[in-house]
Each structure stands twice: as C-alpha cells, then as structure tokens.
Write a protein of this length. Structure first.
Length: 533
C-alpha cells in the first residue's frame, strides 16, 4: 500500500507529463501482481468500491473532531482526501510498523464489505495507516484521484512499459478486467497478445488540430473536404455479433444512458459521429438539451420521448468484419453513405459535406453557419486514413469565433488542489432593470482563461474588496461605481429556468481583465437576450 501511496504523492507534485509517465512506468515495472493492476484500475477510473461514499466519510471524520473545525480545515486545504488524511487521529506506532496491508488487501476488504459494514472496514484501515496511506485509501474510496493523470496517460505508461503502440492497448481495453494480469504478462514478453474475446470493442478515435495562424496558407483547398462541426458529443456506435455498445470519444461505455438509440443499432460495424438531441429531419436540439440525457444511469420513457437522440455520422471504421480505417477518407465516405442509407433515418443520418471554392469562402461559411447548433467547420484531407490520436496535418477544426460579454465579478470561491489557497472560481453578472434601479444578475461561472499572474491579481482584489462571506464563498464589492469588469468568452447561450437571469452560458472562461472599464459600462442582460433571439 505504501508504494501506491508514494506513487500518488509523487504524481500530485509532478507537473511534467513525461515525469508522470516515467513514474507510472517504473511503478508498473517494479510492483508485483495484483497490486499494479489494481493501481492501474484506480488510475483509469475502472476500480469500483460501492460500500463507502464521500458523505459517509464526512460523517466518520466529524465523529472524531469538531464539525466546524473540520469545515474550516477543508475550506483551507481544498481536497477532501487530503484534509481527512491529515486530521484523522494518529495510530499507535506498533500498528503501523507491524501490519502494513498491500493494495490488494485494502481493495479486497473494501469491495467485499456490505453497505452496513463499509464504514467499520474503512475505519479499521484508516486507524492502522499513516498519513500517506490514509490519503491513498480515501482516494480509492472517493473515486476521483485528481492527480493530473488521465486514463489515456496511464495507458501510455503501459505502452512505454511494453514498447507497444498505445492504440493496441486501447483496442483491447474493454475486453480486459482488473487486475489485468494477462495484459501485464504480454507487455513483459511472457505471453502472447491477449485475444479480442469481447465483442463490439472501442476503436481509438482520430482527433483534429485547431487551425492556427498561417496553417491554411500552406494547404491546397483542393486536397481537403469540409463538413460542419456539430455541437453535441463525439460518439462511436459499435455492433458486433449481436453486442451493441455506444462509446464516448474517450472510450467510456455510455449505452445505459441511451437505450432508445442502442435499440436502433441493428447493423454490424463501427460508426463515428456526433450524438445530438432531436429529429434529424425537422429540428436539432442544443447542447443544453443533450445535457438532460447525459450522465444518467437510467432514463425514463418520458425523457426518451421528450429528448430523443440520434447520431449524425462522420465516418465508417468497420463494415461487417472489414476494417476500413486504412482506406482514404474519400473512399470511407462513399462506403459511409451507402451504410447509413440502410439505417433507421430517425436515429442515424449523414453529416453533409460543405463544398467551398477557397479558404476565403470557407471562412465566410465558418462565421455564418446555416444552423445554430453548428460550432464551426472540419477540414479532412481527402486521402487521409483514420489514424488514432491527433496527427498533425490530416484533420483540422476551425471553430466559430466565441461570443464575448463584459461582466462584473460578484462572488469568488477558493479553488481545489494547487489552487486551494487562491480565490480562483468566479461568478459574474450583468446589469438588469430600469435605469436608476439596475442590479447585477449572475449569468455564469468560470475558473480558467487567466494566467497565474492574473490569478494572483484577482485573488488580491477579492481579499481587499470582500463585503460578505458565505462559508467558502466571498461576495465582493460590485456596484455602479466600483468593481472589477471581466471580459468573458463563451461558446453559446441557452435559456434556463434554473437561473435568475434566464440564461446559461456554454464553456465560459475569462478572456481579459478589464481594469480600465467602469462597472457602469458592463453589458446588460438585454445583450444576452438578443443573442438568444
């Protein structure tokens, strides 16, 4: 267990991607089975411990210290696992010296515990662990490690261990289960590559690069096809041998949230496309509509009827048993057109190509798309194969310019992790009401878009201009004469009944600090309402 705790500590403190890769690769090379496989499952989010929940953890710690003091401690530290591991009563020295459980021991005890026994088991483990081990145990229990390691990066560390391409691991991944003994044996050259025994496995997706300054000048428009970039979520619909699965772009199986779509997946193959809400013929809903269906374990018939989903198909990766990924895009496109024509037209349609004469014409199309759910254009080289990852050159995305609004900072909250000592999460508003009686109404929250230096500047402003406190939140001075104006960029706007302003922003971020602008000159709610209309 100590080795896993040490790994987490080092990963948290290491900002370098290559540094993290080296640490994980060394850990997988030197730690024995099954501990290394369980650590891998924890890093990729595939380790489930159902007997203990974060709320239960809060209950246990407040039985051991004053709840108000714990609240202040948590507010200052900013991370639940770190706070609890620091304030939990220290064990007797002979307990930590004589009985150090392995990671397998800890996971086994927690996974075999019932809901009623879970808290008792967790308490026994924490009582016998030092601070680092407690931190690791709590991270396992709460699920979100928050150590700057994605599932893809952990798989890359595996690839480095075995000197194989990471796409090989991703294609096998959904057919494997913790503690991955077969996978490690293959990577260490002890056995053959595991067979793809599972059906309807995920294929690593091909990603695009944003169009940068001067990129288009180096390209010939005739070499590229363009299609609209729809504002949904990228998915992969795979059917094989009667098994049907719908995957997100990162390989998560999201089939349970979309049973109505899965039911219509009556084909053998693998489609790449965009998941959207609505009817492909009459009306396509916004991303806000799609969010009503996301991250749900069960979806009621009423929700399925009010928010139907469909896939706008971009590419065909497999047709029956034939892998098409090595074919040029334009050939796959012909196959895709014929494939989609046989599917349920209420659940699958073809993403249309957007003909253009030159880059100037395409830029005009990008700025003025024919549908509000379009967020830009995609450029795909006609002869490009379907390559996993983000190769430079074959595919580009050219998104519509973001909207901007000048808003006034209203509230600030401490961040988490490295930002726990800074006020880095900001709520901002615009003016509403008749002249002479205007008030600020919140229209969004943002916690990125600024530099480290700007973060320090805003943090100082918040501390110097706090007028009220609500737990971890500070209300800052914001009126017609004094306040901080933020230029906020956002991708889109939707109507919202949950917010007083009646609007909800998509992907808001701070694009500029307007120290020069008086708060009275910030935008009004009518500016945003005009965008909606």
């Amino acid at each position: 267990m100590n080795r896993f705790a040490e790994l987490l500590d080092r990963l948290v403190l290491t900002p370098s991607r290559n540094g993290k890769l080296t640490m994980m690769t060394d850990y997988f090379r030197t730690v024995e089975d099954p501990d290394r496989g369980l650590a891998l499952a924890a890093l990729t989010g595939d380790l489930s411990i159902a007997a203990v929940k974060p709320a239960m953890l809060r209950m246990l710690i407040t039985e051991r210290m004053d709840p108000v003091l714990f609240g202040y401690s948590y507010d200052y530290v900013g991370d639940l696992a770190e706070t609890v591991s620091l304030v939990w009563p220290e064990p007797d020295a002979h307990l930590t010296a004589n009985s150090q459980p392995t990671l397998a021991d800890v996971v086994g005890a927690l996974q075999s515990a019932s809901r009623s026994d879970g808290p008792k088991v967790l308490v026994r483990l924490l009582d016998r662990a030092d601070i680092s081990a407690r931190y690791a145990i709590i991270k396992l229990v709460t699920g979100g490690l928050r150590i700057g390691v994605s599932a893809r990066l952990a798989k890359q560390a595996l690839a480095n261990l075995g000197a194989v391409d990471v796409t090989e691991i991703e294609e096998l991944w959904h057919g494997l289960t913790p503690p991955y003994t077969e996978l490690f044996a293959w990577l260490e050259g002890k056995t053959e590559r595991p067979e793809k025994t599972a059906k309807a496995l995920f294929r690593p997706v091909m990603l695009s690069n944003p169009v940068g300054d001067g990129d288009l000048e180096k390209l010939d428009p005739a070499d590229y096809a363009a299609e609209w970039k729809w504002d949904g979520i990228r998915v992969q619909a795979v059917c094989e041998g009667g098994v049907r699965r719908l995957y997100s772009r990162t390989g998560d199986d999201i089939s349970p949230a979309f049973p109505d779509l899965v039911e219509a997946m009556v084909f053998d193959g693998a489609l790449d496309g965009e998941l959207l809400v609505g009817d492909p013929v009459h009306e396509t809903g916004t991303f806000s509509d799609l969010q009503q269906r996301l991250n749900r374990k069960t979806v009621t018939p009423k929700m399925q009827q009010s928010h139907p989903v469909f896939v706008r198909c971009y590419d065909l990766l497999q047709d029956g048993t034939e892998d098409l990924r090595a074919l040029p895009f334009i050939e796959r496109r012909v196959r895709l057109e014929a494939f989609v024509a046989k599917l349920d037209p209420t659940r699958f349609d073809l993403s249309p190509l957007a003909p253009f004469a030159d880059w100037a014409a395409l830029e005009d199309m990008r700025r003025n798309p024919p549908h509000p759910v379009i967020e830009g254009v995609m450029l795909k080289r006609r002869d490009s194969p379907y390559l996993a990852g983000r190769p430079k050159g074959p595919w580009f995305k050219w998104k519509r310019d973001p909207f901007t609004v000048d808003a006034v900072l209203m509230y600030a909250q401490r961040g988490h992790g490295k930002r726990s000592s800074f006020y880095s999460d900001y709520t901002f508003g615009v003016w509403s009401g008749p002249e002479g009686g205007e008030e600020l109404v919140p229209v969004g929250k943002a916690y990125f878009g600024f530099t480290d230096e700007e973060l320090r500047q805003i943090d100082k402003y918040v501390r110097d201009n706090t007028i009220e406190r609500f737990g971890p939140v500070r209300s800052v001075r914001a009126d017609r004469k004094q306040g901080l104006v933020l230029e906020v960029a956002f991708e889109g706007l939707n109507r919202s009944t949950r917010h007083k302003s009646g609007v909800a922003m998509r992907f808001p971020r701070i694009s500029r600090l307007r120290w020069d602008k008086p708060t009275a000159e910030a935008d009004r709610i009518e500016t945003l309402q005009a965008l909606l209309d």
